[in-house]
Design a protein around this ligand. Sequence first.
Ligand code: CO
Length: 215
Amino acid sequence: MTEYREIFERNKAWANDKIEHQHDYFAQLSSGQQPNYLYIGCSDSRVPANEIMGLDAGEVFVHRNIANMAPSNDLNVAAVINYAVVHLGVKNIIICGHTNCGGVKAAMQSKDLGILNPWLRNIRDVYRLHRIELDAIKDEEARYNRLIELNVIEQCLSVIKTAEVQISFLKNGYPKVSGWVFNMGTGLIKDLEINFTERLKDIQSIYRLENGALV
Ligand code: CO
């Protein structure tokens, strides 16, 4: 385990290393950001967004919470999506779940977890939506892994429903929304290959806003 003081030594070494490779690295960083990606992932310490994507500072706008959720009534994620789409103009939004997700695991158990209950309820709602498919999976580990995937897909749908995404996509042809699962047993990311345009079309038949977008 890293000692608290040691972090500052590591920080200095990191900053020096960056300058050694590119003398104006921090001047560049300070001049502004134009990331192509918005990444919404789990807070889990084992899933560091930039590292698993092989991206440097400035390349990905990141939001993390327990179990990579994007519920419509969460002001935090809503503000992040708004800023990323309207002000940064990201080309891709990624919802990234992961194997061994404690949040999804907890949602599968009947246990009172206090303040976590209303948050985990969003995942239980995903379970309810896909109950027939999930209950048919007898192996608990396989059921758990499928719920991780279905949760990612449902969060993608939630992001696609936002006015920001619909309006921007109709106008600019981006951002596209993708769902991934990071496998921490292998380090590899699986693309769930959500058909974005199909999903958007489905969603717009119900959630359409004015001017071709929804309200
Ligand atoms: Co997790």
